[in-house]
Design a protein around this ligand. Structure first.
Ligand code: NAD
Length: 377
C-alpha cells in the first residue's frame, strides 16, 4: 500500500513522518510518498526524505494515497481529497469532533485517532498525548523564561545578589513533571500541586517541592484508573487558599490541570492574578480546555492591568517542531508496526486488540466511536 505524508495547515509546524521513520515504514512493506515541503517547517527538507527512500510528490498524489498520515484533524476540504476507502491516521479529537467522525464515515474512510490510543502500559510507545505533553511542559518553561525579565537561577555577582525565580506548577502529570524538571534545571525554586498524592515523590525526585492540599482521607481525589477525578468542595477550598498565598509569592505559575472528560478546573481567580507581582508570568496550558486561570485566552498572550503576562498558547509542542515531529512520527510508526503484523505493506485491523479497537474511530465508513472502556494496566 502507498502511504502519503501531507503538508499540515498554516500554523502547524509538525509533520507526521520524518527522514528517520520513513525507512522504517518502508521496511514494513509500504511505499512512502511525501508532499513537497511537508517537512520544511520541522527542518526536514525534501532531499532528506528522498535520501530516506520516499518519493517527493504533489499534494494531490500524497492525499490520493491508500493511507494518509497527518498531525492535525483534516478539514472538510481535506476529507474530500482522500481517495475512496482510504485510511487516515492523525490526531482527530473524536470526543470533541463528532462532525469530523461523521464526515469521515460519510466518505467511507477508515480513521485511526492517535489521540485515542488507550493509556495503558502496553500502548505507551504510541501515546501521543504523553509525548506531546512532555514537550509542551518543557516549552511552557521556555516561554515563561522568555517573558520573565529576570534570571531563573540565583547568582552572587560583583554587581549584586540575584535571588532565584520561584515557580509554581499546578498539576503534576506528564506536562507538569516536564515543566518542574525544566524549571528546576534552570535553577528556579519550584513548587507543585496535584490532587493525586502519588505524584509527591515524583515531584521531589526532579527537584520540586510538593505542596500537599490536606483534606480528610475519605476525600481522596483519584479514580480507580489512577487519573484525577473532579475534586471535592473541601479540596477546592483548601487548594484555593494555597493558590492565593502562592500567587502573591511566586514569579511564574504554570498550570496543567485537566480532568478527563470535563472542562479544565479553574485554579487561579482574577483576584489571585491581580495579587501577583508586576512582571510575573502565567502559562495556562489548559487554555484550550477552558483554562485553569481567570483571564487566560486560548492561543493568546494577555497582559493584565497589574503587568502580569498570561500565556494561553495552545501550540506549545509545535513550537519545538523537529523534536515534536520526531516523537509523534515514532508514536505513529509504532502504531503502523502493530497494524502491519506481516510486514507486507498491508494495514489490517484486529478488533480483539484493545489498542487497535481504541484508536479506530471509523472503519470502512462506519463510526466505531466511542470504543468500549478499557481496564487500565
Ligand atoms: P491530564 O493531562 O489528564 O491531567 C494533568 C494533571 O492535572 C494530572 O496530574 C491531574 O492529576 C492534575 N489535576 C487534575 N485536577 C487538578 C486540580 N484541581 N488541581 C491540580 N491538578 C489537577 O493527565 P496526564 O498528565 O496525561 O496523566 C496523568 C497521569 O496518568 C500520569 O502522570 C501517569 O501517572 C498516568 N498515565 C499513565 C499512562 C499509561 O500508559 N499507563 C499514560 C499516560 C499517563
Amino acid at each position: 500500500m502507498r502511504i502519503g505524508i501531507v503538508t499540515e495547515p498554516p500554523g502547524e509546524n509538525r509533520v507526521a513522518a520524518t527522514p528517520v521513520t520513513v525507512p522504517k515504514i518502508i521496511a514494513l512493506g509500504y511505499e512512502v510518498v511525501v508532499e513537497a515541503g511537508a517537512g520544511t517547517a520541522s527542518s526536514f527538507p525534501d532531499d532528506a526524505y528522498r535520501e530516506a527512500g520516499a518519493s517527493v510528490v504533489d499534494a494531490a498524489t500524497a492525499w490520493g494515497s491508500e493511507i494518509v498520515l497527518k498531525v492535525t484533524p483534516p478539514t472538510e476540504a481535506d476529507i474530500a481529497r482522500l481517495s475512496d476507502g482510504a485510511t487516515l491516521i492523525g490526531m482527530l479529537s473524536p470526543a470533541l469532533r463528532p462532525d469530523l467522525v461523521e464526515g469521515l464515515a460519510t466518505r467511507g474512510i477508515t480513521a485511526l485517532a492517535m489521540d485515542a490510543v488507550p493509556r495503558i502500559s502496553r500502548a505507551q510507545s504510541m501515546d501521543v498525548l504523553s509525548s506531546m505533553a512532555n514537550i509542551s511542559g518543557y516549552r511552557a518553561v521556555v516561554e515563561a523564561a522568555h517573558e520573565f525579565g529576570r534570571f531563573f537561577t540565583g547568582q552572587v555577582t560583583a554587581a549584586g545578589k540575584v535571588p532565584p525565580a520561584t515557580v509554581l506548577v499546578a498539576g503534576a502529570g506528564v506536562a507538569g513533571l516536564a515543566a518542574i524538571g525544566a524549571a528546576s534545571s534552570l535553577g528556579a525554586v519550584v513548587r507543585a500541586t496535584d490532587p493525586r498524592p502519588e505524584v509527591a515523590d515524583q515531584v521531589r525526585s526532579i527537584g520540586g517541592e510538593y505542596l500537599e492540599v490536606v483534606v480528610p482521607d475519605e476525600q481522596k481525589e483519584v479514580s480507580s484508573d489512577g487519573y484525577a477525578k473532579a475534586t471535592s468542595e473541601a479540596y477546592d477550598r483548601r487548594a484555593a487558599e494555597i493558590y492565593s498565598e502562592q500567587a502573591r509569592e511566586v514569579d511564574i505559575v504554570i498550570t496543567t490541570a485537566l480532568i478527563p472528560g470535563r472542562p479544565a478546573p479553574r485554579l487561579l481567580t482574577a483576584e489571585d492574578v491581580a495579587s501577583m507581582k508586576p512582571g510575573s508570568v502565567v502559562v495556562d496550558m489548559a487554555a484550550a480546555q477552558g483554562g485553569n486561570v481567570a483571564g487566560s485566552v486560548a492561543g493568546e498572550r494577555v497582559v493584565t492591568d497589574n503587568g502580569v503576562v498570561i500565556l494561553g498558547y495552545t501550540d506549545l509542542a509545535g513550537r519545538l517542531p523537529a523534536q515534536a515531529s520526531q516523537l509523534y512520527a515514532t508514536n505513529l510508526l509504532n502504531l503502523l508496526k502493530l497494524v502491519t503484523p506481516e510486514k507486507d505493506g498491508r494495514l489490517t485491523l484486529d478488533f480483539d486488540d484493545v489498542v487497535q479497537r481504541g484508536v479506530t474511530v471509523v472503519r470502512d465508513g462506519a463510526s466505531t466511536w466511542p470504543p468500549p472502556p478499557v481496564s487500565v494496566s
